[in-house]
Design a binder for this molecule. Structure first.
Ligand code: SER
Length: 573
């Protein structure tokens, strides 16, 4: 069965059980600060499980299924074996206060053994063994025996293995039961996780029953395809083979010298990077941007180990988009943007990689890598710490990571003293600062002079801007605001930086978000966008508005009474 057929079989099965197919949500979780990236299908359904949103209103049913784009940073270092991946797709069926354990178990077994014809002899299941105030899941044991026969192998495990969630410090969670597949050679893989989401864990770690019982199941598509296509690992399945082949063709190291681990890492990371950028992640030095940067840099390094010459990520990305464009049309639509981002990062890193490696070689002649050395590699050559650790380990050296952290903290302090936004490079963040000033002024032009900024948060991917206003903005207004900002970008007027006093700035009509802070300062910095806005700010800013590229509002929301929030991005930066 091809992966397309397997996807279809899964969806058809659950649709026949009255489930509604819901499209995958973005890898960037919407309104869920508990995770950096979407890690499971259940993520987008959490508000329904908590009764914060009405599932019937939004979907017309309490039974849902999906194939969810997911990303697990926790597995980055495991990539290279048979089945660990960073990005993967998760097949899942969900009950929001509808069916519970019995149906979840019955259907999982029916699908695996009847539809996919997997031999029950090759599978066993695990259930929650019980712990503290939560008892052993004897109900699941009973149901499994009824469904799969008295002789089914059932293993019991504790919280670590058989209890899912919450993500972050609180949220929905519950005991779970997994179906494990055992290959003829003894290799095992967790195939399907059935979570009986009936509890809520609060910040203190106490669990209480949820108002309704829910089901959240997740089965990695890649693993399922691996089992069904009976390949040595997920990387020979039709979800990966073309990417692996492309990388192998590019490798100049000689067939016998190719390390399959490098090929696997390249294939996983190239696919993951394509999907991350496809969902709007941009490389940066923190958060999800850093995850992206890390995997791109790691890909470049493994490309170098295989003697791949020149830029190669673009070719891999094209292959990924060829394979996945039909399932995920946004990849096709954003192909240019994805290739520019990935190749840009590849080019930047490729240049420093060689020099950095030379430097690292010298360090490896000594007794080991000191924190300062690792920091120098990071700071001067852009080597993420884990890359240094990885290379050092390959050669039998340890890195003083605690020492590295110390250096990092020292630098953070230096940066904090120098400027407020220590996390990002000035060139990454400057266009967003300027865009924020444009937005601030555009809001006033469109909505009236009483609008004032109430907060902001910038990452290289987007800006978040809070302002005083007491109703939802009309579509027309949002459009108008975008237009005003974009007009000033098109005019490409200078952004001038003037040092002055707080009193003088006020006299000139400057806006100031942190008025209290500025009042006490002897000198303040005012950024003037010629003919348009004046605002006190610590910067950094671009030199002229054209560098902002373009301005796009992503969404608006309310953040309490009288304060609205706008998310916007700069698609052309
Ligand atoms: N949330 C569960 C998991 O991630 C099942 O979908 O394994």
């Amino acid at each position: 069965m091809s992966h397309e057929e397997i996807r279809k079989e899964f969806i058809d099965f659950f649709v026949s059980k009255d489930h509604k197919l819901v499209p995958s949500s973005s890898l960037i979780p919407e309104d869920d600060p508990s995770v950096l990236l979407t890690t499971a299908g259940v993520q987008q359904f959490k508000p329904y499980m908590l009764n914060q949103k009405d599932v019937l209103k939004d979907f017309g049913t309490r039974r849902l299924c999906s194939i969810q784009k997911s990303f697990r940073t926790s597995d980055i270092d495991e990539v290279g074996d048979e089945h660990h991946l960073t990005f993967f797709e998760m097949l899942g069926n969900f009950s929001i206060g509808d069916y519970f354990k019995r149906e979840a178990i019955e259907w999982a077994w029916e699908f695996l053994t009847k539809n996919l014809k997997l031999d029950p002899k090759n599978m066993y299941v695990t259930v929650f063994a019980g712990e503290k105030n939560i008892p052993e899941d004897s109900e699941a044991i009973k149901i499994w025996k009824e469904v799969a026969g008295e002789n089914i192998r059932i293993e019991k495990f504790g919280r670590e293995d058989n209890f899912w969630g919450p993500t972050g410090s609180s949220g929905p969670c519950g005991p779970c039961s997994e179906v494990i597949y055992v290959f003829a050679n003894g290799v095992e893989t967790e195939l399907w996780n059935l979570v009986f989401t009936e509890l809520f864990q609060d910040e203190k770690g106490n669990c209480a029953p949820l108002a309704q019982k829910n089901i959240d199941t997740g089965m990695g598509l890649e693993r399922l395809v691996w089992v069904l296509q009976e390949t040595p690992s997920v990387f020979e399945t039709d979800l990966f083979k073309p990417i692996i082949d492309t990388a192998e063709d590019l490798a100049e190291v000689g067939k016998e010298k190719i390390d399959p681990k490098s090929l696997r890492i390249i294939a996983d990371h190239a696919r993951a990077a394509t999907f991350l950028v496809g969902d709007g992640v941009a490389p940066s030095n923190s958060g999800r941007g850093y995850v992206l940067r890390r995997i791109i840099r790691r890909t470049v390094r493994h490309g170098q180990l295989l003697d791949i010459n020149g830029l190669f990520l673009g070719q891999l990305m094209e292959r990924v988009i060829e394979m996945y464009g039909e399932q995920y049309p946004h990849l096709l639509e954003r192909q240019n943007e994805i290739s520019e981002t990935i190749e840009g990062e590849e080019r930047k890193f490729g240049q420093t990689l060689k020099r950095g490696l030379k430097e690292l070689e010298k360090m490896l002649d000594g007794p080991g890598i000191r924190g300062e050395d690792a920091f120098k590699l990071y700071d001067t050559y852009g080597f993420p710490l884990d890359l240094t650790v990885e290379i050092a380990r390959e050669r039998g050296f340890e890195v003083d990571t605690a020492g590295f952290e110390k250096e990092m903290e020292k630098q953070r302090k230096r940066a904090r003293a120098a400027q407020k936004f220590e996390e990002y490079k000035p060139e990454e963040i400057a266009p967003l600062h300027t865009a924020t000033h444009l937005l601030n002024q555009a809001l006033r032009e469109v909505l009236g002079p009483d609008i004032h900024q109430a907060g902001q948060d910038l990452t290289p991917e987007r800006l978040r801007f809070d302002f005083t206003f007491d109703r939802k903005l009309e579509e027309e207004e949002l459009k108008r605001i975008e237009e005003v900002a974009n007009d000033w970008i098109k005019k490409d007027v200078p952004v001038e930086c003037v040092e002055t006093t707080y009193g003088e700035a006020l006299k000139q009509g400057a806006e100031a978000l942190f008025a209290e802070k500025y009042k006490q300062a002897d000198k303040v910095v005012m950024y003037k966008i010629a003919g348009f806005s004046k605002e006190l700010c610590a910067g950094p800013h671009v030199k002229s508005t054209g560098e902002v590229g373009s301005f796009k509002i992503m969404k608006q929301e309310s953040v309490g009474r009288g304060v609205r929030r706008i998310y916007a991005k700069l698609p052309n930066v």
